[in-house]
Design a protein around this ligand. Structure first.
Ligand code: HPA
Length: 234
């Protein structure tokens, strides 16, 4: 048991999928894992462990934003021995070629700073995906009838953004999409020698204003769960 996770030692699998929403964690575990059981529910941040093709897997919510994800990633890796962490979530598209419903696999993440900024001081640490996971996720995604993009994303501190100039600059520098967690996941994983990746569905588009209808969100989320599981055990 840690400050924020009530699981017992051995309850957390070496492979952890992390959606932002704990109810999504429940849905994913019930639909994709065999014999899922709840291992954490502190503050309603549900985590479940089951198996996929015989491999133990935990699916645990991260909450929204880097400070929340940071707490869970730290405790899952440091205290429960998680070795592979894959964020499954949504992002806002920032390039014309990146369409709503497409999948974005984050190679690296720009940010104003992560919760680790104080630790790095003058250093601009470059958060980076695990290469093997990234390659495997790309292969898994390409087998499906969905657009797939691999490249840089922006991990923002705000959803309700007041800096259109910043978005314009990021777009001009080829950043594919915006979300709010991956940079810190990659940074914490790097600190402890764990593997990390973010697989994201484009749920809305900053330039076109298009948004994924709610009935399609579930299917897209299911695609991401499958891609993450295939990548983790490739
Ligand atoms: N901004 C930040 N995070 C997001 C967005 C967005 O537009 N869409 C999905 N996650």
């Amino acid at each position: 048991m840690t400050v924020h996770i009530g699981a017992k030692e051995g309850d957390v699998a070496p492979t952890v999928l992390m959606p932002g929403d704990p109810r999504r964690a429940e849905w994913a575990a019930e639909n994709f894992l065999d014999n899922p059981r709840v291992i954490n529910n502190v503050r309603g941040m549900t985590g479940l462990t089951g198996t996929w093709k015989g491999n133990p897997v935990t699916i645990h919510g991260s909450g929204m934003g880097m400070p929340s994800l940071s707490i869970y990633a730290n405790e899952l890796i440091r205290d429960y021995g998680a070795k592979t962490l894959i964020r499954i979530g949504s992002c806002g598209g920032m390039q014309e070629a990146v369409k709503v419903r497409d999948i974005v696999i984050a190679m690296t993440c720009s940010s104003m700073g992560t919760p680790s900024k104080g630790t790095f001081k003058e250093l601009n640490f470059a958060p980076c995906a695990n290469f093997d996971l990234l390659m495997s996720a790309m292969s898994a995604a390409k087998k499906r009838d969905i657009g797939v993009h691999v490249g840089g994303i922006y991990s923002s501190d705000t959803f309700y953004d007041e800096r259109p100039d910043l978005n314009e600059q990021l777009t001009r520098h080829g950043v594919l999409g915006v979300e709010m967690e991956a940079a810190e996941l990659y940074t914490v994983a790097a600190r402890y020698g764990a593997r990390a990746l973010a697989v994201l569905t484009v749920s809305d588009h900053l330039q076109t204003g298009e948004a994924l209808p709610s009935e399609e969100r579930e299917r897209s989320f299911g695609d991401m769960v499958e891609i993450a599981l295939e990548a983790a055990f490739a």
